[in-house]
Design a protein around this ligand. Structure first.
Ligand code: PRX
Length: 651
């Protein structure tokens, strides 16, 4: 890969701060230094036995027929049993599973493992009464309420695969996912809360269901009590159907039974249904959760401040932590509601010991200033984590100093929806930390950096991040799309998984992630494809053509810039601009709203008619333009530059 001169590369070269593990932390850590010496098979065999309880033990560790892997073959288990029932059986019924904090202050619940078991059984019985059984696909479209993990676990208990759709997605996005999976039941709620405002989840769901014919029943949780439309015969209230306490034995399933699909953006407009199965996923998330977050289930209060609607929440709010019998915080709202100290108030109230969040949130807190954290007692914190995008060293150091009292390790964890579990990460009692580096592959993970020709680069060089051996929680494909699976992940280099990220190895062989190398943007740690936003724009009746790219943003990592050509006779007014931004929010969700829209009479194209996004990125980043010799009309970019600058001047 050519060195693009991006700021992350320069920063990396200058970044020389080092944080060796604190001996006291190291002495009590779950992961000792020798963990790296364990062989691949030895490590995953032992993890398979120790993290999970089996109805029937596995007989074969894994099977690798590229590009498909299977893990823990021959085994039978139930994921919900592992996450809930076995802890109650082991006498941990009184341990808190979740401290739930609603967005409205004072809206709180403490849910023990025994409570969780009772709720999961009741809801599994409810789903059963609606005809859900092993293999029935269920959609879940909710906010951060305790009933969201309950619904996921109830599905897992019955062997019914779920797809959770992030509550910030639009009706269109929801419909696309429900249809792709063929969901028969949808679980939703009347409304959610976001910054004091109700979010109309049931209304969005109703709209989605106009084009999702496979859904025959809708279960609605009452959260806000707001009015909702009702379709008799299809809609039922959660509290009406989830009453039956009678036994609902967990369904034993094969290791490779489908646990869930989670949709993620790629380089085309259609989101991909990433396939995750039961045993390998559970072992992988539980193992990484235990070693990387050094989880001590008896004493830790762990808080992953992500949304369950993204993979981070699936793996590190629900399945990994519950499998490990952890006590977690589950928070419904935003970090700045009702004020910017809300997170720190939560840390103090519950005595949070481990906090896992995203660089975009850390940068928001930096912007608001350290005084909010200073108002609260954060002495309980002993470990901090980061995920979702490269963390700039300044944010890393700020996080450690202002949240972690310059005392806690910060683990920067690299992974993806597809990987299911963290793959590149420090181990807090072992690794010398470097702000901005995810450091090394987790034990049992074979990651490397390749150059353009597929040769492994040595220390000090950059290229493409690849994985050379399968891992337990890896995706088992893209739902109903073998070709796209092969094309997306397995075609760039022979026989290895290509993640789509650039990386560099430093002189010590530590990994520094450099962001995506394709047309996928990373906004607040969430992947959004340029083409998906372009399609949403072109869907608007006034738009003739659109091209979208990301530009660096101090808080969200990347922000979306849209270049739009309107159809003849349309007025590029401020109203038109707002209308287009809102149109994208309606089509995909507010997260995909362009930060800027630049109206232009033409887009820069090659003589063969291809849009030159590279030049648009240069304009968006205010960089000198790269090679323009292949442009059909060189005046076009100059015109766009002038318009973009004029727009920035207006801000
Ligand atoms: O580009 C990488 C970035 O996020 C992408 C995966 O996004 P998603 O599937 O939405 O999952 C996000 C949460 C796991 C990756 O391809 N990414 C994630 N973590 C890091 C990161 N980039 C750099 N450093 C990280 N720690």
């Amino acid at each position: 890969m050519t060195d693009t001169g991006s700021p992350s590369i320069e920063t990396m070269l200058l970044e020389e701060r080092r944080y060796p593990p604190d001996p006291e932390f190291a002495a009590q850590a779950n992961a000792p230094a020798e963990i790296y010496e364990r062989g691949f098979e030895e490590f995953w065999e032992a993890e398979g036995r120790e993290r999970v309880s089996w109805y029937e033990p596995f007989t074969e560790l894994y099977e690798w027929e590229p590009p498909y892997a299977k893990w823990y073959l021959g085994g039978k288990l139930n994921v919900a049993y592992n996450c809930v029932d076995r802890h109650v059986e082991a006498g941990l019924g009184d341990r808190v599973a979740y401290f739930w904090e609603g967005e409205p202050v004072e809206d709180r619940r403490t849910i023990t493992y025994a409570d969780l078991q009772a709720e999961v059984v009741r809801f599994a019985n409810a789903l059963k009464s609606l005809g859900v059984g092993k293999g029935t696909p269920v959609g879940i479209y909710m906010g951060m309420v305790p009933e969201l993990p309950v619904a996921m676990l109830a599905c897992a208990r019955l062997g019914a695969p779920h797809t959770v759709v992030f509550g910030g997605f639009s009706a269109d996005s929801l419909a696309g996912r429900l249809n792709d999976m063929g969901c028969e039941v949808l679980v939703t709620q009347d409304e959610g809360w976001r910054r004091g405002q109700p979010v109309p989840l049931k209304q969005n769901a109703d709209e989605a269901l106009e084009s999702s014919r496979s859904v025959r029943s809708v279960v609605v949780l009452r959260r806000t009590g707001g009015d909702v439309a009702w379709r008799e015969g299809r809609d039922v209230w959660w509290h009406d159907v989830a009453k039956d306490d009678s036994e609902c034995p967990p369904e034993p399933v094969d290791s490779e039974h489908l646990l869930y699909l989670l949709y993620t953006s790629g380089t085309t407009a259609k989101p991909k249904g990433i396939v995750h199965t039961s045993a390998g996923y559970l072992v992988g998330t539980a193992s990484t959760h235990r070693y990387i977050f050094d989880l001590k289930p008896e004493t830790d209060v762990y808080w992953c401040a992500a949304d369950v609607g993204w993979v981070t929440g699936h793996s590190y709010i629900v399945y990994g932590p519950l499998c490990n019998a952890a006590t977690s915080v589950l928070y419904e709202g935003t970090p700045d509601f009702p004020d910017q100290a809300r997170w720190w108030e939560i840390v103090e109230r519950y005595g949070v010991t481990v906090l896992y969040t995203a660089p975009t949130a850390i940068r928001a807190h930096m912007k608001w200033g350290p005084e909010h954290a200073q108002k609260h007692d954060l002495a309980s914190l002993r470990l901090l984590g980061s995920v979702g995008e490269p963390i700039n060293p300044e944010a890393w150091v700020w996080y450690r100093e202002h949240v972690g009292a310059d005392r806690t390790p910060v683990v920067d964890t690299w992974w993806q929806t597809e990987t299911g579990m963290i793959l590149i990460t420090p181990l807090p009692g072992v690794t010398t930390l470097k702000p901005g580096s995810a450091t090394r592959p987790f034990p049992g993970i074979d990651a490397a950096v390749y150059d353009d020709d597929g040769d492994e680069v040595g220390p000090g060089a950059g290229g493409y991040l690849v994985l050379r051996r399968p891992w337990p929680a890896m995706l088992r494909g893209i739902h109903n799309d073998h070709e796209r699976y092969v094309e997306t992940y397995w075609s760039r280099f022979d026989g290895v998984y290509f993640a789509g990220d650039g990386a560099r190895l430093d002189e010590d062989g530590d990994f520094w992630l450099l962001g995506r190398v394709d047309d996928v943007m990373n906004v607040s740690g969430h992947r959004i494809s340029t083409i998906e936003v372009e399609s949403a724009l072109v869907d608007h009746p006034t738009v003739a053509e659109a091209a979208v790219c990301g530009r660096t943003d101090a808080v969200t990592g990347q922000a979306i810039v849209a270049y739009v050509t309107l159809k003849g006779g349309q007025d590029p007014s401020v109203d038109a601009l707002e209308e287009l931004r809102n149109h994208v929010a309606r089509k995909i969700g507010p997260i995909a709203k362009p930060a800027n829209v630049v109206f232009t009479p033409e887009l820069p194209k090659t003589r063969s008619g291809k849009i030159m996004r590279r030049l648009l990125r240069d304009v968006a980043e205010n960089r000198p333009l790269g090679d323009t010799t292949t442009l059909a009309d060189p005046t076009v970019v100059e015109e766009i530059k002038t318009r973009a600058e004029a727009e920035q001047g207006d801000e």
